[in-house]
Design a binder for this molecule. Structure first.
Ligand code: ADP
Ligand code: ADP
Length: 225
């Protein structure tokens, strides 16, 4: 099971600014949770705490059956997709996807099988030998997702993954992510400031403002209240 539970999570940055003021969210196994809200409301901070990239000041974060507060990012069974893609420019698409698995010492045949399967799902098989600079923005975003998928994590974390794409591509990729979610059914937390994106993707919508949860529920519940 890969539920994610946040219990009274707080974050005070060094210097004393309280960015997250006590947040409780329960995400069931396989659910797609979207954190939405204006810039500065604390979405990234919260996501980064789940990833282990930011310490939590108090409260508890549970992934699966495990409290992960003090567990290293690499051992949390999560994979994160960043806004800026964070691809290695000197590596081929194949190697960008394989890199993390090689570091874990996975046998080569299994790496190849996982990379090919992810490339097939994302329809980037023909791009495996290219370098990132030879790809379009949308293709780069697919590679970034491929790198997360090959890990077969318990939880996907997305930090505004589509905000660098133009409007048309953003809509197309939104549909792709929804299809991917139906297919993989991996528990996900997705940060965006785009309300339409949030509504289309979310099973659970968390509307944040000023470091607190303003509303939480299905998109229907939240927008028809
Ligand atoms: P969002 O992702 O919703 O735009 P963030 O989580 O990035 O919001 O930021 C929430 C608040 O915390 C903002 O007021 C921001 O300025 C502040 N903040 C973010 N990172 C730091 C930091 N490293 N030190 C101090 N304050 C920070
Ligand atoms: P680079 O030239 O980018 O340093 P290599 O081409 O030497 O990388 O590949 C490193 C490893 O990744 C090799 O073990 C190679 O077999 C494997 N590899 C690279 N591209 C592919 C691909 N398209 N399909 C399968 N394996 C690949």
């Amino acid at each position: 099971m890969a539920n994610v539970t946040l219990r009274n999570v707080r974050k005070t940055y060094p210097g004393g600014f309280e960015a997250i003021k006590g947040i409780d969210v329960a995400i069931g196994d396989g659910q797609f949770c979207v954190l939405v809200g204006p810039s500065g409301c604390g979405k990234s901070t919260l996501l980064r705490m789940v990833a282990g990239l930011e310490t939590i000041s108090s409260g508890e974060i549970e992934i699966g059956e495990r409290v992960v507060n003090t567990i290293e990012p690499a051992d949390r069974d999560i994979a994160m997709v960043f806004q800026n893609y964070a691809l290695y420019p000197h590596m081929t698409v194949y190697n960008n996807m394989a890199y993390g698995l090689r570091n874990r010492g996975m046998p080569k045949p299994e790496i190849e099988q996982r990379v090919r399967e992810a490339a097939r799902i994302l329809e980037i098989e023909a791009l495996l030998d290219r370098k990132p600079r030879q790809l379009s923005g949308g293709q780069r975003q697919r590679v970034a997702m491929g790198r997360a998928i090959v890990r077969q994590p318990k939880v996907f974390l997305f930090d505004e993954p589509l905000s660098n794409l133009d409007a048309k591509l953003r809509i197309a990729m939104r549909v792709e992510i929804r299809k991917l979610q139906r297919r993989l059914a991996t528990t996900s937390i997705y940060v965006t400031h785009d309300q339409l994106e949030a509504m289309t993707l979310a099973d659970i919508l968390v509307v944040m403002n000023g470091g607190v949860v303003e509303q939480i529920g299905s998109p229907l519940e939240v927008y028809h209240r």
